[in-house]
Ligand binder design. Structure first.
Ligand SMILES: [Zn+2]
Length: 229
């Protein structure tokens, strides 16, 4: 069975209905994941490549969670800042990793311009980091992990009850670890482990493991800093 199939989507900006390629649900489970949930898939079909829809008519790029109804002011802003440079292009069919990257970067600048929710923007930045990880471009990956981390912190500061959101706390710890802020990472992991009101057993377990490992890395980092003085 072909993991990909064609469907349609409507552009929230110009209302054009256009073709999109989707991945069948049975092909969406990764056979393994990194500690920050970056997935690896069999059959060379990565569902992440197909998350962003790009309207061939106006170039608006968006995910399923984007604003559904845009105001006239938002549409105008998109055309003035980004849309006016667009020439018709089609993004349905099988995507390469570089095409996936192009679609995510376009969706990112549009989401920023539209002042979408920080959670959506953080997700785009994190996914772009993963694409660089698949490509083996560690420096670019780290740059986008840093941007994603900053956005997740905005999410943490803005959302109500975010201090009880174990997955968000864990991700902030995890990205701090990945960009080398070990002491900061330890603080976030320990929040998940020590908060008695958090009941997410999977996240508590993962945080406990990462806490231990990161505390050791933090100690080594402090030792190195002492020696270099
Ligand atoms: Zn459109």
């Amino acid at each position: 069975m072909d993991p990909l199939y064609l469907s349609t989507a409507e552009c929230p900006c110009c209302q054009t209905t256009f073709k999109v390629t989707k991945v069948r649900p049975s092909f969406k489970n990764p056979y393994k994941s990194d500690t920050d949930f970056c997935g690896y898939y069999k059959n060379e079909v990565n569902p992440d490549y197909y998350v962003i829809r790009v309207c061939p008519q106006c170039g608006y790029a968006f995910s399923e969670n984007a604003i559904k109804r845009m105001t006239d002011e938002q549409k105008q802003r998109y055309y003035n800042e980004i849309g006016k440079h667009w020439t018709e292009q089609f993004f349905h069919g099988e995507r390469t990793i570089d095409q996936a990257l192009t679609t995510y970067k376009r969706a990112l600048i549009i989401a920023q311009l539209m002042k979408e929710e920080p959670r959506l923007i953080a997700g785009f930045l994190h996914h772009i980091a993963w694409l660089y990880r698949y490509k083996g471009q560690a420096e670019e990956e780290k740059r986008f992990l840093q941007f994603a981390l900053e956005q997740y912190i905005v999410v943490f500061e803005q959302e109500t009850n975010s201090e009880k959101n174990a997955r968000l706390l864990y991700i902030i710890g995890e990205l701090n670890k990945r960009v080398g802020n070990f002491q900061e990472a330890v603080k976030w992991f320990s929040r998940v482990v020590n908060d008695q009101s958090i009941v997410d057993a999977g996240m508590i377990r993962a945080s406990r493991e990462q806490w231990k490992e990161t505390a050791e890395l933090a100690a080594e980092q402090r030792e190195r800093a002492k020696k270099s003085v």
